[in-house]
Design a protein around this ligand. Structure first.
Ligand code: ADP
Length: 485
């Protein structure tokens, strides 16, 4: 961490009740995926520490929720400002533990911080309602109140933003918060805790529990009756397990799970723009995001022209260590990711797909650097079409009619992000309405934004994050019948 201006952002243990705790049961290693170097040994926390964090959050709740919205907002704005002041250091920590290009990491810090400023504003607009009553002697009042302690489990692909998208809304609403970050990327979470402390966010309001026994920590966070709301971002199988666990105490639940995003190129599309949109939507974070394009469908009349442009634009993308200048694609997170992509690709090629570009590791760079890859003749029956690839592999198929493109796109149990390029206004509305997805990019490859509701339908999840709807998941409506008027 010699590159950091402020090395005190690096912590090695959980942050509970305003203190960084030294672990009681050993340490776990955090490695740099670019070169395998040991970055840090972080103290193991387990069920006991998770319980302590919930206790701290429960103790802090009355005072935090009792502040005025303006007071909470001011603290959040201070936290936000500190994130911007330390943007480069936070980005560097993120790239070191996660691998993405430094510029992208700085973008993630800005994106994560934007939720804090957004919800600092929204905190002031947690308005209730007065509803005409059935009797003239009554008023019906509706209040929005903070739900209580919020627990979250977050993934490694956005070690900063996936925490802040939840925490910013929770804290703004008046909730207190416990997060278990992914064990591969705990340092970005702990740096946020350091800045929360500096921002004057009171002890117990924001807690981070780091450990490798996700199951044990997850048991506490999903079953402790003091936790009112559980929010998860991660894979669909784990999400289903956690959703079931939350049933035991009927928690309010948000789930941001996997996707299988289609990208449709219609014959009237602006092809160069579609290529740029596809590169942005596919190769961000080396393809390791839940909104990354998984399946590309190109209408037959423009298929050859589109493919030629795509190969030309993809071939020069620079694969390198995230800290290297000009890097556009960094390493994958670990060997398991490389193995999964290799297996999916090999199966597809065995079943008749054709490899046009890439297809292997760049061994000169290291074992986790997967080349940007293009395969064509991919069919819906192949596993690569049905699985979230989470890597820099573009799977291309041809289609003929609008209806066929819609059916191909919807042929998946998930429904997070989808994209299409076309200029016909009638088709834009028809297709956008027919796609069974929570988010649709029309002539756009990058759609995430603090002002917009992020979330999926079908098995991609429950609830929405960000936007003016984002506070709802962290509040309860209370109806007061005011009689005797
Ligand atoms: P990914 O493929 O992104 O690693 P996971 O769903 O495995 O997706 O992981 C997302 C988060 O869920 C991580 O913080 C991980 O530690 C946590 N996690 C994984 N399995 C469990 C589990 N059984 N109980 C609780 N948390 C879990």
């Amino acid at each position: 961490f010699s590159q950091l201006k402020d090395s005190s952002l690096v912590h090695h243990s959980s942050y509970i009740a305003g203190q960084f705790h030294s672990g009681r049961s050993g340490h776990f290693a955090v490695h740099n995926p670019a070169d395998g170097a040991l970055l840090a040994l972080v103290a193991e926390a387990g069920a006991t520490e998770a319980e302590q964090a919930v206790t701290a959050a429960a103790a802090a709740f009355p005072a935090w929720s009792g502040l005025t919205a303006a007071e909470r907002s001011a603290k959040l704005m201070r936290w936000y400002q500190l994130m911007l002041d330390h943007q480069q250091d936070l980005a560097c920590i993120l790239t070191l533990e996660q691998g993405k290009p430094l510029e992208e990491a700085a973008g993630e810090i800005g994106y994560g911080a934007s939720f804090v400023s957004w919800f600092a504003e929204e905190a002031k607009r947690m308005n209730g309602d007065i509803i005409p009553a059935a009797k003239t002697s009554q008023h019906i009042l509706v209040l929005k109140q903070a739900i209580g302690v919020v627990a979250a489990i977050t993934p490694w692909n956005f070690p900063n933003a996936m925490i802040l998208r939840k925490a910013a809304a929770a804290l703004a609403a008046g909730c207190t918060f416990v997060v278990k970050p992914a064990e591969l990327t705990p340092l970005s979470a702990l740096a946020l805790a350091e800045l929360a402390s500096r921002a004057g966010i009171p002890a117990g309001v924001f807690n981070v529990v780091t450990g490798t026994d996700a199951k044990a920590i997850g048991q506490v966070l999903t079953k402790d009756s003091r936790v009112a709301k559980f929010s998860f971002t991660g894979s669909t199988p784990v999400g289903k397990t956690l959703l079931a666990q939350c049933a035991s105490t009927v928690k309010k639940v948000s789930m941001e799970l996997g996707g299988n995003a289609p990208f449709i190129v219609f014959d009237d599309a602006d092809l160069p723009a579609a290529v740029q949109g596809l590169l942005a939507a596919k190769f961000r974070n080396a393809g390791q995001t839940c909104v990354c394009v998984n399946r590309v469908f190109v209408q037959r009349p423009v298929y050859d022209a589109f493919l030629a442009l795509l190969i030309k634009a993809t071939a020069p993308l620079k694969l390198a260590s995230g800290l290297e200048a000009g890097c556009q694609i960094g390493p994958l997170i670990n060997q398991a990711a490389v193995d999964k992509i290799t297996r999916l690709l090999d199966q597809a090629l065995d079943q008749g797909a054709e490899l046009l570009l890439g297809g292997a590791i760049d061994a000169d760079l290291g074992p986790l650097f997967f080349q940007p890859t293009i395969v064509t003749d991919v069919t819906p029956g192949m596993q690569i079409s049905q699985t979230e690839i989470f890597g820099p592999v573009l799977c291309i198929s041809v289609f003929d009619t609008e209806q066929e493109a819609i059916e191909l796109s919807n042929n998946t149990p998930t429904g997070l992000a989808s994209y299409f390029y076309c200029r016909d206004i009638g088709r834009i509305f028809r297709v956008a309405k027919a796609l069974e997805y929570g988010m649709i990019g029309v002539n756009e490859g990058l759609i995430s934004n603090a002002a917009a509701p992020f979330g999926g339908v079908k098995e991609s999840g429950l609830g929405r994050e960000g936007s003016s709807y984002g506070l709802d998941d962290f509040t309860e409506l209370k109806y007061i019948c005011l009689g005797g008027l």
